[in-house]
Design a protein around this ligand. Sequence first.
Ligand code: SF4
Ligand code: SF4
Ligand code: SF4
Length: 321
Amino acid sequence: MGRSFFSPGTGDTGTAPFDPARDAGHTDPPPRKGFFTDTSVCIGCKACEVACKEWNAVPEDGIALTGMSYDNTGGLGGSTWRHVAFIEQQLPAPAPDGGRPDTVDLGMPTATLPGADPEHREHADFRWLMESDVCKHCTHAACLDVCPTGALFRTEFGTVVVQDDICNGCGYCVPACPYGVIDRRDGPAGDPAVGLAQKCTLCYDRLSDGMEPACAKACPTQSIQFGDLDELRERAQGRLDMLVESGETTAQLYGHDPDNGVGGTGAFFLLLDEPEVYGLPPDPVVTTKDLPGMWRQAAFAAAALLGGAAAAFIGGKGGRR
Ligand code: SF4
Ligand code: SF4
Ligand code: SF4
């Protein structure tokens, strides 16, 4: 199936937005599918993590808490295709008049419920940020570019899927991902996928049957929204505008922009703070972006080497006459 390494913002559809499914050779693909994860309504219940494990038979990989937060899995990995990040964030508490307080912050979380003591404080000086992270299903996916066996492929829905029965465990895809998403499964012993590359498939089997992904289905707050990417982008912009208007001035969309370093992602997020706060790279790039140029330079160097060797050989023969 043909695909370009790093196609420009418009593809073979003229002025239409770049369509990775069409670029991969699907002649009549459905509208591109993806996720809009609205972290502002996530309650950290982890129903998404559990639903993913149950549907995809992903083994458990950490029941104990990390000791750093209410997190128990720590990050995405070979046995964590959905990961709910818990970030405890200290905020300067507003003074009664709404301005900055002149007290010294000792770094202790308040025991008062937000808004429970309006005489002294309108909000707690501490907040949870929760974010259900997942494979970004990049428009330009470096993991897919480097896979030598075809285990990774682009589906008709524009998503990126890894088939562990074709994976040979070489691990090239692992450092290629700019988000640290894909990894080889490291246990439990006896699991048939140990050593093989694993990540979210955007529930390709469910999509093929007209169902929504298991994690989106299980989310009780609609923090995870699945659908046509164009429609999700519009919905996300509306939600962002509403939040900013209501005072959440640091709220922002992450990954939605088709002009970003990976050509936009199929899974994008509404964050309440900067991406770094959530452990997300602020400016990801396709790690294989420079590969065509590097191959060209290698080919020139090889040709020059061969030319030199041939000249030396011919020169040597002439000298012996
Ligand atoms: S986030 Fe990583 S694993 Fe997922 S499609 Fe992009 S490059 Fe591949
Ligand atoms: S889309 Fe499916 S595979 Fe991906 S995180 Fe959700 S449940 Fe897991
Ligand atoms: S199921 Fe929804 S609300 Fe619960 S942790 Fe996952 S994203 Fe958050």
